[in-house]
Design a binder for this molecule. Sequence first.
Ligand code: CO
Length: 128
Amino acid sequence: IEHIGIAVQELEEAKKIYCDILGLELTGEKTLPERGVKVAFLETGNTKIELLEGIGVESSVSKFVERKGPGMHHICFEVDDIERVMKELEAAGVRLIDETPRRGAEGKLVAFLHPKSLSGVLIELTEK
Ligand code: CO
């Protein structure tokens, strides 16, 4: 698991809880207007947590929080060859959200898989 994504209402508020109270280390922060999110990366020791705050009502994270409230948003698995894995999963009947990989918040190639195919969990793939 490369990271776990958590959708939050307010990034600053969530950082206080996860960093100041839980003691996780903030290792990076980014605003990605094209994806409609502000993100903060926290180091836990064996994986990372990605806190996500939506920007604007059209953001998929804003919609998620609106619908379900803040909470676990996705799990990200690291793979060696993202295009190969996507082809294999698609051939096995898994619905892809991204037809082709794109650059994620940390500059690596990422792609999302549809939760309908994965027991209701949004899965992100990222290439090493
Ligand atoms: Co992610």
